[in-house]
Design a protein. Structure first.
Length: 366
């Protein structure tokens, strides 16, 4: 199972918090020196004590204690800072109910700040309360003059959430409330494509792409939606035109990926090798070539590419997982278990453990 590492300073959207760590003795002295009354001074000392204990708990990866202390500080303080921090940490740790409590307290203490609505929208989404999430994100959007920025930030909030249908429904409602905003159409197309609503994705990707012919992200998204809806030639024509007019690496990679998805492996391989020639060791190109080799059962090529990815932090666990799969297929069971043991995070971690267990069980019964 993936182990989430808790870092106290890793915060989300619009990071305005002071990251300075609390020094307990200094805070006590400062609180006593500046307190307008004994009661307020005692309260500040207690708030600071809770925050210090939260920091210690975070360092120890004790998320329950950390969140309990952060919430205690948030409820005790009459300043929004502790509530803001509690909200951000709850967001990172995916603690929904605690996040709702902290976010509500933050809003209570900073009613003119738009950010609590953004976080509360995320927490309501995670709680599967769609109408409440829509209400919070609508409040957030209304607080911003720039609708483009607003849609981009809501997409940031929803883009990684696991309930893709809910995320799409929320963004669809926001597009109805704030219509004809290209950034909103783009965001809806992104989420709809992820949730499998391809017609909705196509409609909005096309609208976004027509708003600005030089908007590369929107053009590539339109090309992807055309491909998944069966309009392969139209998709590749758009991607080829973009790749011909733009030297950006991301454009070249996405064109190669579209070629792969369209069943043009040789054209894709040529482009990926050209990309690697210009960008030696580029992990995204190496990874694409590794999967192409696996698909075509070119085992030695696949092993070579996955071995090249072992040193890349973003792809290390995935590379070891597939090296394990290849070794298992070749009945090199010891090598397979060694590779699986290096899969310590990511989507393949549990599967690697299960495969190791099956190998060991089979060996014991031989």
């Amino acid at each position: 199972m993936e182990r989430r590492i808790i870092r106290a300073g890793r915060l989300g959207y619009i990071d305005r918090m002071n990251g300075t760590r609390l020094l307990f003795p200094a805070l006590i002295l400062a609180g006593c020196a500046t307190a307008p009354s004994v009661d307020s001074g005692d309260r500040q000392i207690e708030v600071d004590s809770h925050l210090l204990l939260a920091d210690i708990a975070l360092d120890r990866q004790d998320r329950d204690t950390a969140m309990r202390e952060l919430l205690a500080a948030a409820m005790l303080s009459d300043q929004p800072g502790p509530a803001e921090r509690a909200t951000r940490v709850a967001h990172e740790l995916e603690l929904t109910e605690q996040g709702l409590t902290a976010g509500a307290r933050w809003r209570e203490l900073a009613s003119s700040d738009e950010r609590p609505a953004w976080y509360l929208g995320v927490f309501e989404t995670r709680a599967n309360r769609v109408q409440r999430a829509i209400a919070e994100f609508t409040t957030f959007m209304r607080s911003l003059e720039d609708r483009t920025a607003g849609f981009a930030l809501v997409l940031e909030a929803l883009g990684g959430e696991p309930y893709t249908g809910i995320a799409t429904a929320i963004m669809r409602s926001l597009n109805e409330t704030f219509p004809n905003v290209p950034a909103g159409q783009y965001a809806l197309a992104r989420l709809a494509l992820r949730s499998g609503d391809f017609e909705l994705a196509l409609e909005n990707a096309e609208a976004a792409s027509k708003s600005n012919a030089d908007w590369i992200e929107a053009q590539l998204l339109y090309a992807r939606t055309l491909l998944v809806t069966g309009r392969t030639e139209d998709s590749l024509a758009i991607a080829a035109d973009l790749a011909g007019r733009n030297d950006e690496l991301e454009v070249q990679l996405q064109y190669a990926e579209l070629l792969l998805s369209a069943g043009r492996p040789r054209e894709a391989e040529t482009r990926l090798n050209d990309i690697l020639a210009d960008n030696p060791g580029l992990p995204e190109a190496t990874r694409a070539l590794a999967f192409l080799a696996m698909t075509e059962e070119r085992v030695e090529d696949a092993k070579r590419y996955f071995n090249d990815l072992r040193g890349e932090p973003n792809y290390r666990s995935e590379a070891f997982y597939y090296l394990g799969r290849i070794a298992e297929t070749e009945r090199e069971f010891l090598q397979a278990t060694r590779s699986y043991s290096r899969v310590t995070e990511g989507t393949h971690a549990v599967e690697a453990q299960l495969r190791t267990a099956r190998i060991l069980y089979a060996e014991q019964n031989d």
